[in-house]
Design a protein around this ligand. Structure first.
Ligand code: FES
Length: 108
């Protein structure tokens, strides 16, 4: 089974491998899935915004205050969904292997 199932901005799907504990942002960035991860995971750029598949979203750890604030700041530019998360805040430990995500629209 692939570690991460990705729906790209153009609707195509791909699967990416992840090392244990690797950040979802790093997997998406290295896999050229359209995620820049400009701030390197400091919760300050919002370029790693993804929509987590419903069946996975509830299983993830709760958002930190910093993540919630960054997402709130994105709301003026891009659609936020209840399952919106910053991929840099999600380490892919074994329990999250197979997670399905959709890359959110790019902020212009
Ligand atoms: S990489 Fe910048 S907010 Fe996630």
């Amino acid at each position: 089974m692939a570690d991460v199932l990705v729906t790209l901005r153009d609707g195509r799907q791909c699967s990416l491998d992840a090392a244990d504990g690797e950040l979802l942002m790093e997997v998406l960035r290295n896999g050229e899935a359209g995620v820049d991860g400009t701030c390197g995971g400091a919760c300050s750029c919002g370029t790693c915004h993804v929509y987590i598949a419903d069946e996975w979203a509830a299983r993830l750890p709760a958002k930190s205050e910093d993540e919630a604030m960054m997402l709130e700041a994105l709301a003026d530019f891009v659609e936020l969904k209840p399952t919106s998360r910053l991929a840099c805040q999600i380490p892919l430990t074994a329990e999250f292997k197979g997670i399905a995500v959709t890359i959110a629209p790019q902020v212009e």
